[in-house]
Design a protein around this ligand. Structure first.
Ligand code: F0G
Length: 450
């Protein structure tokens, strides 16, 4: 086995660095990725490995109980896998979504809910590997810019191994569910007067001298852990490859990790087909969508606007890797309006599942891609729900009270912001006198209407 290295991503010239060198880009500015040098597997070795993964699901070994480290053969950079920092992440459910399938015009629809992770988002898959590496490298403090979920996850994993963490978040643009986590897990929480992209630039400057270790998805070790979201999904589908996997796109780390996962799995012979990837952005925060639809494939940063604040990102760091993921999977990009997001989110809630707004771009995007004839109704589609419904309760309550406005941050007034239509899906709370008769007659009245 050749020892993994950090390799410059893309471009003509091959440049690599030792794994333990603290850096986030190549000297020429290119992104970095872990080159795992995975060996090509015989069909017997593939069968053996699948059996090993099955057996680990019943093991009491902490590494096996994690839905990330269970697949450690695809994470050779961490050999001998000692001292892993884990919250037993992963093991997130794959639900069938009949109501949402109908809403999208699909025969059937599945959702893998990464909001059921320990800190309520998909970030935990990448944070367990990134913080484990931070510890291996002897980092004393870790940092990230975040729209909320990265900071919550980083704070939790840092706390687990006694490491200090500092998060930089756009003031007034973070959902309170996420802010509460960063505070409770003990992160130094810095709210800056600017958006996520400004916070991202700031944290890159702060971490440039190596004194603080940066854990945003520009860090290639985050991508390593998030690859396992796809490996676990295939395991849960008994290794049947779905036709489509649909994921939200913000800083574009997640779509990049899915691309790397399928590229490695195919190259080593573990799978023989790559599913098509669809990445969905909010229309007011869609630099990837813009670059594909204007035919340039060049990133032009935008001033991002969306109530799905998790993906309110105008200058995504992993843009080039996201293009690779689309290219190797015959993938597509879609963008959806604030209203389409809100309506889709209400349908996921009506299914008894629920999610945070950014996750709902997947169902909204599916609906549009089916209407456009790009996804066929009979195709097998899996939406990746990336955050738990409790992350952004304001959005949900405002929707059901018919008081949801486009991109009205907590600090700015809602005047001048467009009210988002609830399409008749609002489930408004009602007020009743607290007496038996009133309540009984009300319940009777709704019974007669149902
Ligand atoms: N969904 C949720 C719930 C997110 O929190 C994010 C990103 C995304 C989707 C987009 O994933 O950035 O890899 O394309 N949240 C980051 C954060 C930016 O700081 O929490 P991506």
């Amino acid at each position: 086995m050749i020892k993994p290295v950090l390799k410059a991503f893309g471009g003509q010239t091959q440049v690599s660095y030792p794994l333990d060198e603290i850096r986030y880009t190549a000297n020429d500015g290119r992104l970095l990725e872990v080159d795992n040098f995975l060996p090509v597997l015989t069909s017997n070795e593939v069968m053996e490995l699948k059996r090993t993964f099955d057996l680990r699901k019943f093991s009491f070994n902490p590494a096996d109980k994690s839905g990330v480290w269970r697949y450690r053969e695809f994470l050779p950079a961490y050999k001998p896998f000692d001292n892993i920092v884990t919250l037993f992440e992963g093991n997130t459910p794959v639900y069938d979504m009949p109501l949402c399938a109908t809403y999208a015009g699909l025969d059937m629809l599945y959702a893998k809910h990464q909001g059921m992770n320990p800190t309520g988002s998909f970030k935990d898959n990448g944070m367990t590997t990134a913080v484990t590496m931070a510890k291996k490298l002897g980092a004393g403090m870790v940092a990230c810019a975040s729209t909320g979920n990265t900071s919550a996850s980083m704070a939790a994993y840092a706390a687990r191994c006694g490491m200090r963490s500092v998060v930089f978040i756009p003031d007034g643009q973070i959902a309170y569910g996420k802010l509460s986590q960063a505070l409770d897990y003990g992160a130094i929480t810095v709210q800056i007067d600017g958006d996520f992209d400004k916070a991202m630039n700031l944290v890159q400057e702060i971490c440039a001298d190596g004194s603080v270790y940066m854990l945003n998805s520009i860090n290639p070790f985050r991508i390593e852990g998030q690859k396992t979201i796809m490996i676990e999904l295939l395991h849960q589908l008994e290794w049947n490859i779905p036709d489509w996997i649909v994921v939200p796109g913000g800083n574009l780390g997640n779509i990049s990790s899915f691309g790397k996962a399928f590229s490695e799995l195919k190259a080593c012979g573990f799978i023989d087909k790559i599913p098509r990837l669809a990445v969905v952005q909010a229309q007011g925060s869609a630099p990837l969508w813009n670059s594909i639809h204007n035919g340039t494939r060049v990133l032009v940063p935008v001033d991002a606007h969306t109530r799905a604040t998790a993906i309110k990102i105008g200058n995504p760091v992993s843009f080039d890797k996201a293009l690779f993921a689309l290219d190797i999977s015959g993938g597509v990009v879609e963008s959806v309006t604030e209203e389409e997001i809100a309506l889709a989110k209400s349908r996921i809630g009506a299914e008894g599942i629920g999610c945070e707004p950014a996750s709902a771009t997947t169902l909204a995007g599916c609906k549009k891609l089916v209407q456009a004839g790009i996804i066929k109704p009979s195709e097998t589609v899996v939406c990746i729900l990336t955050g738990h419904i409790l992350k952004d309760p304001d959005f949900t309550v405002e929707f059901h009270q018919d008081e949801l406005f486009a991109d009205a941050t907590r600090t700015s007034s809602v005047s001048g912001h467009k009210r988002i239509s609830t399409g008749g899906f609002a489930n408004k709370p009602i007020r009743l006198a607290a007496d038996l008769e009133t309540i009984r007659s009300y319940l009777k009245s709704i019974e007669s209407h149902s």
